[in-house]
Design a protein around this ligand. Structure first.
Ligand code: NAP
Length: 244
């Protein structure tokens, strides 16, 4: 049980992050959601989490801002006493062919997906080291493993998240800190709303359907829980078999 633990979930206002925040809360964790969503959308998630009997807070913050992340992480520890679990789920896409990709589109995706994940880990780690415990789960993508046409920026960022996960795991394993990642395939969320009716794409998936946010949240929950206490530096694909 995660009773009394504090979990920070970036991108927790929607999709996979939202499902993960609810899953962790249903096992007793207090939840801090970091988001860029409209306040009304997040208010709904917060009341759903609070109804589970745990403490919940939402903070509107851009994870790509190094200094803002430091301030926010410090404030969370002041208010909640600790951070035990960090889920890095915030992510964006700016798809386009590489020959036409704008510099801004490349930088924005690297900034949120890769640097944002680094920023959160960077500022939470001193607290994890002090308490000699901590658990990080990053959200990569199968696009970062096998690549995807039209996603040079995104797959680069997600491949980077895999490198970051493994280096962090190796560096911190002796301090009682675990770091793992999930690599989802095609999951039905706002991010993929325009793909969900693409039958050709669904046909490429061995399980012949897109995944759900809950199916990814279940694996993130496993990695964040004590059941995975002997697992670190691992990347688990949650993709209906598309990258096997
Ligand atoms: P989503 O519903 O769009 O969730 C992404 C979340 O990240 C949103 O809440 C978004 O807020 C937030 N966010 C974006 N930029 C941010 C920033 N700068 N700072 C803080 N929060 C920010 O999509 P999702 O599918 O659940 O994606 C969650 C993660 O899974 C992402 O990292 C994504 O790359 C990864 N993933 C998704 C799929 C898939 O098929 N859906 C596959 C592989 C990996 P806004 O709503 O305001 O933008």
């Amino acid at each position: 049980m995660l009773n009394g633990k504090t979990a920070v979930v970036t991108g927790g206002g929607s999709g996979i992050g939202r499902a993960t925040a609810i899953k962790l809360a249903s096992d007793g964790a207090n939840i801090v959601i970091i988001h860029m969503d409209p306040e009304e959308k997040v208010a709904e998630v917060l009341s759903e989490i609070e109804a589970l009997g745990v403490k919940a807070k939402a903070i509107r913050m851009d994870v790509s801002d190094f200094n803002a992340v430091k301030e926010t992480v410090d404030d969370i520890v002041k208010e909640f006493g600790t951070i035990d679990i960090l889920i890095n789920c915030a992510g964006i896409t700016r798809d386009g062919l590489i020959a036409m990709m704008k510099e801004e589109g490349f930088d924005a995706v690297i900034g949120v997906n890769l640097k944002g994940t680094f920023n959160m880990i960077r500022h939470a780690t001193p607290y994890f080291m002090k308490q000699k415990s901590g658990c990080i789960v990053n959200v990569s993508s199968v696009s970062g493993i096998i690549g995807n046409p039209g996603q040079a920026n995104y797959s680069t960022s997600k491949a980077g998240v895999i490198g970051l996960t493994k280096s962090t795991a190796k560096e911190l394993v002796g301090r009682g800190i675990r770091c793992n990642a999930v690599a989802p395939g095609f999951i039905a969320t706002d991010m993929t709303a325009n793909l969900s009716k693409n039958n050709k794409l669904v046909d490429m998936i061995p399980m012949k359907r897109m995944g759900t946010a809950d199916e990814v949240a279940d694996v993130i929950f496993f990695l964040a829980s004590d059941a995975a206490r002997y697992v670190t530096g691992e990347i688990i694909k949650v993709d209906g078999g598309i990258a096997m």
